[in-house]
Design a protein around this ligand. Structure first.
Ligand code: PHE
Length: 340
């Protein structure tokens, strides 16, 4: 028994291998249930009592040596495998995951919200599928009035009372119905109009509309608010001009131009050499609208304005085709850097 132990100890201490298969055979030969070492343990019961202590120790020692050998060789082989698997070149630069970027429309929307938040405006949202009352009637669009054609509408089939909203003024009707003045709110959101898709127009686009209702709100307040917005958004030298216009829900109504932010007003292709570009519609809320929404028009006045986010973004970033916003081409989308 002693000799057998000595022989196995020698075999084990010189054993080495670079192959996993050979190492597994080593384990089976010496350490598995029917392997040589367990079978020596099995023979231990026949050892004479006076030799038991010595042989017992030698056997335990043998078993420990075999296990140590197995685990140290396993470790070496595993690390070799890792190094040789694939072409691991530690000198290569780290492969960073590509970071996503904010969509330019989100960047512009967030910036607009941030500017008006400074003036105390909160954000209100409402449904994209609207009823006639909120999208038209409450806003002073008479039934069968040609004003309804200004905004070619997608109606829900079989129900002329339900449509995709054509502007987010509908959200402001909901705000006026449910809140008491003073109201300062802006309503960003997606709107829908039945228009042919081209470089300039899309049937789906985004708006931010604003509403301020309080006692003694005047056209001068409107003008100053919009001047502040234009300068914060397009730069401190921006000029504005208001041209008379028509909307059913405001009286008087105006369209606002800014001095062309590309040429600074000197004249270029973007402003068609006029020095001005139109950016929004606005006006004093028509008293009928206030009354339709449950607000006393003798006590309160207000102003409203609305702009297309795509248009603002196109001017800001000099984008010449509105369709680019909806094509999800990463080469386009990753050019815009968000500060918020
Ligand atoms: N609702 C108008 C539109 O969609 C914009 C607007 C809002 C005009 C408020 C005046 C006042 O075109």
């Amino acid at each position: 028994m002693k000799d057998k132990i000595k022989q196995l100890l020698d075999e084990i201490s010189v054993f080495t291998t670079e192959s996993k298969e050979e190492l597994d055979q080593f384990r089976i030969k010496y350490l598995s249930k029917k392997g040589l070492i367990p079978s020596l343990f099995g023979d231990f019961k026949n050892v004479e009592p006076e030799l038991r202590k010595e042989i017992g120790q030698a056997l335990n020692d043998l078993k420990n040596k075999a296990q140590d050998k197995l685990s140290s060789l396993t470790e070496i082989l595993d690390s070799n495998i890792q190094e040789s698997s694939g072409d691991l070149d530690l000198s290569l630069p780290v492969n960073f995951e590509e970071l996503g970027t904010r969509h330019p429309l989100s960047i512009v929307r967030n910036k607009i919200i941030e500017i008006f938040a400074r003036l105390g405006y909160n954000v209100s949202e409402g449904p994209e599928i609207e009823d006639d009352f909120h999208n038209f009637t409450a806003l002073n669009f008479p039934a069968d009035h040609p004003a309804r054609d200004m905004q070619d509408t997608f109606f829900i089939e079989k129900n002329p009372d339900i449509a995709l909203r054509t502007h987010t003024s509908s959200v402001q009707v909901r705000v006026m119905q449910s809140q008491k003045p003073p109201i300062r709110t802006i309503s960003p959101g997606r709107v829908f109009r039945n228009e042919a898709i081209s470089a300039r127009a899309h049937c789906i686009f985004h708006q931010v509309e604003g509403l301020y209702i309080n006692k003694n709100v005047s056209f001068a307040d409107l003008k100053q608010t919009l001047l502040y917005f234009a300068r914060e958004f397009f730069g401190e030298h921006t000029q504005i001009r208001l041209r008379p216009s028509y909307f059913p829900f405001t009286e008087p109504s105006a369209e606002m131009d800014i001095s062309c932010n590309i040429c600074g007003g000197k004249g270029c292709n973007i402003c068609k050499h006029s020095g001005w570009v139109e950016i929004l519609g606005c006006g004093m809320v028509d008293p009928n609208v206030l009354e339709n929404c449950g607000i006393d028009s003798k006590e309160y006045t207000g102003f409203a304005f609305g702009m297309g986010i795509e248009r603002i973004a196109m001017l800001k970033y000099q984008i010449n085709d509105i369709r680019l916003f909806f094509e999800n081409d990463k080469r386009f989308l990753k050019q815009f850097v968000s500060s918020i």
